[in-house]
Ligand binder design. Structure first.
Ligand code: CP
Ligand code: NVA
Length: 326
């Protein structure tokens, strides 16, 4: 079943215009669905929003390295007719050379949106509170909403639905896992996460998912046994054991996660047509075995490619550049 905008509610577009997206939990189920559907639409017909953001400018502040997020947002801006300005950590010195508040109040008079990749989620919240223009979280220690948009599109492309889909996340209860937990609850995906004790998602994340699940009982279940999580799964997902900013914990984390590698043997427990997903960058021989990530079930580059389409949808929606928001 192809995703289509025809069935979507116009109110979602009106509501999204001018908003911040710091986390998937900032969205309603309709808004999330609308964004992903527009991403699918733009993938099928990239011309329909060409120039939609002509004359607009987007500041992109990155305090951490990035390949996919930086390039996809830059290309997305270009294809929509907007100008993206990349600002490296040393260019701005957010909160050091200048307060977050003053950076926000300066940029809001010059640009139409601010994208921020940072360490503490509190930084992106402070920036969004101070800036009058939309702020997009391009990854914080708490969430990675841009990644989840592309991931749910990828799942739909491979399975034709989200309802009832079984998603097994094996690894750290980190920013990527958190965004998937929120999105899964809103889209009806039945998610299980397998983490070593002490690396589970935050209790408030799990509580939110339970409170917002669109079908009773689908919200994320937690186990410490990877074999349980992947049983009959449609999708097996993993991410690095050591996120950016956690380098000092590397040794302890490698030890804690030693039995959480996604191997071909683990994969045998999933459905015969199960797919493998990873946000990238990946570490072969750590969180995933080479034969899994490089095998025929892997969809990691489809995920990466979808970043462009779903981020175009996000920019069009927040900056009011679409015919749906007029
Ligand atoms: N998945 C992802 O966000 O990749 P980058 O860190 O390269 O942007
Ligand atoms: N959890 C990883 C995701 C990288 C895209 C990190 O934060 O480093």
């Amino acid at each position: 079943m192809a995703l289509t905008l025809a069935a979507l509610r116009r109110d979602a577009w009106v509501a999204l215009c001018g908003r911040d997206v710091l986390s998937i939990r900032d969205l309603t189920s309709d808004e999330l669905l609308s964004l992903i559907a527009l991403g699918a639409d733009l993938k099928r017909d990239p011309g329909q929003c060409a120039g939609a953001l002509s004359g607009r400018t987007i500041a992109m502040l990155f305090e951490k390295p990035s390949l996919r997020t930086r390039v996809s947002l830059d290309v997305a801006s270009h294809q929509l007719g907007a100008h993206a300005i990349y600002l490296a950590p040393q260019d701005v010195g957010l909160g050091q050379r200048e307060s977050i508040h003053d950076v926000a109040r300066t940029l809001e008079h010059m640009v139409d949106a601010i994208v921020l990749r940072t360490f503490a989620h509190d930084t992106v919240e402070q920036l969004a509170a101070a800036a009058s223009v939309p702020v997009i979280n391009a990854l914080s220690d708490f969430s990675h909403p841009c990644q989840a948009l592309a991931d749910f599109l990828t799942m739909h492309e491979n399975r034709g639905t989200w309802r009832g889909l079984r998603l097994a996340f094996v690894g750290d209860g980190n920013n990527v896992a958190t965004s998937l937990i929120f999105g899964a609850a809103l889209l009806g995906v039945r998610m299980t996460i397998a983490t070593p004790p002490g690396y589970e998602p935050r209790p408030d994340v799990l509580r939110w998912a339970h409170q917002h699940e669109v079908e009773p009982g689908i919200a994320c279940r937690v186990t410490s046994v990877p074999e349980d999580a992947v049983e009959e799964a449609d999708v097996i997902y993993t991410d690095t054991w050591i996120s950016m900013g956690q380098e000092a914990e590397a040794e302890a984390r490698r030890h804690a996660f030693a039995h959480f590698q996604v191997t071909a043997k683990l994969f045998e427990r999933a459905r015969p047509d199960a797919i493998f997903m990873h946000c990238l960058p990946a570490h072969r021989g750590q969180e995933v075995a080479s034969d899994v990530i490089d095998g025929r079930r892997s969809r990691v580059f489809q995920q990466a490619a979808n970043r462009l389409h779903t981020e175009k949808a996000l920019l069009v929606a927040l900056l009011g550049g679409g015919r749906w928001t007029s």
